[in-house]
Design a protein around this ligand. Structure first.
Ligand code: C5P
Length: 404
């Protein structure tokens, strides 16, 4: 009964008949130790009173953007920064549509825009409204942005119709929230996980290098989520501009050779190895000790490159090798190239990423992935890199446990 201790939940209620269940929902979230603040839309107040919600939550209900008294207390920007999660329940078709286009037409939608917190959506509406193509499209767009969609349930509706559109039962909603905060935690408990991330830099001389556009975001998101799922994480990173996730051990390297060495230094206690780094395939055969000068009269400069070691292939073929997961960033024929790499490098899983598609992959905030083992395929649809990381780690953890 204390799964949500210390969790701050902003319950956003929009105007549907299921709003009457929100008093019970608030009580049950508080029973689990959560602190719940309530924001209501104008129409929601026609279905349940702010006084009821104030009494059960223990906080004044926020319902206006332009209320000087409310702004003098916890103002809307402060309120946007407050929660660990925003739970929209019930989320009507109208609220979902406003969320999809990013309207800030009242306090609740403005908070959704202004808040860094994850937003979970519990749809509830008449079944025809739910099945309308526009609502379906709106919901799938929200899901693709990484928003968890909880429900709706199926069954008898307030209007007498029978079908999808009921707010999930209160018990189910509370379980969704609990599960959200303990994402398969036990799955990676005590597992030693090494992740490579970012680009490598291959020096030509003291001031120049060959590199690539990898931001390191995917590897860092994986490190953060793996630690939250209970793993002991070592993050071996090329040069990137990212903060080290909390409780993750970071080893900074520059070149592929340094990354190779760092990976082998950590190999003896590694259970799962995830190679997310965009390692340069080749490095200059020679690093000049002095800055290379422009040569008068020479328009073509030829630099000899030599092959770098394939880090993940070497790790996968080492004695007592860990469970190895590689990435395949491809611009065409993604599945074929990915499966070829899986085999050639002797990997357990390969994570394919179509970097030709705009809005995903290198340097973007979102990603969509397909994971292949030698017998199975798993699709992770376009979402925020952290949400994708969590889904990917769940697949990796399950496959790792099965392989033991
Ligand atoms: O062969 P390709 O570079 O496309 O393979 C990509 C996968 O191999 C990634 O997981 C990447 O981190 C890893 N890799 C590596 N060492 C290299 C090249 C790639 O670990 N030298």
């Amino acid at each position: 009964m204390s799964e949500l201790i210390g969790k701050k939940i902003l319950l956003g209620i929009s105007g549907g008949i299921a709003a009457y269940k929100c008093a019970e929902l608030t009580r049950r979230l508080k029973d689990q130790g959560a602190d719940v603040r309530v924001v209501m839309t104008k129409v929601a107040k026609e279905f349940i009173t702010p006084l009821t919600m104030q009494a059960v939550s223990g906080h004044v209900v926020a319902d206006s953007l332009l209320d000087p008294t409310a702004e003098a207390g916890m103002g809307h920007i402060e309120l946007a920064k407050w929660p660990d999660i925003i739970l929209l329940a019930p989320a009507t078709a109208n609220l979902i549509a406003r969320l999809r286009v990013g309207l800030g037409d009242e306090l609740l939608t403005t908070l959704c825009l202004a808040s860094p917190a994850p937003i979970a959506v519990a749809p509830a509406m008449n079944m025809e409204m739910y099945l309308a193509p526009s609502t379906q499209e709106n919901i799938s767009v929200l899901a693709s942005r990484g928003m968890p969609i909880w429900g709706p349930g199926d069954g008898m509706q307030a209007c007498g119709d029978i079908g999808p559109g009921r707010l999930l039962e209160i018990d189910e909603l509370v379980q969704c929230v609990i599960k959200y905060f303990t994402p398969e935690k036990q799955l990676l408990e005590g597992v030693n996980l090494t992740i490579t991330a970012g680009p490598t830099q291959e020096s030509l001389d003291p001031v120049r290098y060959i590199s690539n556009h990898s931001s390191g975001k995917m590897g860092f998101s994986l490190a953060e989520m793996a630690q939250k799922m209970g793993a002991n994480v070592t993050l071996i990173s090329g040069p990137v501009n990212l903060a080290t996730p909390s409780k993750v051990q970071r080893v900074d390297v520059c070149s592929a050779l340094e990354m190779h060495q760092a990976c082998f230094d950590n190999l003896s206690h590694c259970d799962i190895f995830i190679a997310c780094a965009a390692v340069a395939d080749y490095r200059p055969a020679q690093i000049e000790t002095q800055k290379m000068k422009k040569q008068q009269g020479i328009d073509d400069l030829i630099i000899k490159l030599i092959k770098n070691p394939d880090i993940i292939a070497d790790v996968a073929n080492a004695e007592n090798s860990p469970f190895c997961v590689g990435f395949a960033a491809e611009t065409q024929d993604v599945e074929r190239y990915a499966l070829d790499k899986l085999k050639r490098k002797n990997l357990k899983l390969i994570v394919a990423n179509d970097v030709a598609k705009s809005g995903q992959g290198f340097n973007s905030e979102q990603n969509a992935l397909t994971v292949f083992s030698d017998t199975e395929r798993f699709d992770i649809t376009l979402a925020d890199k952290k949400a994708v990381a969590q889904q990917l780690l769940t697949i990796i953890a399950q496959q790792y446990l099965q392989s033991k």
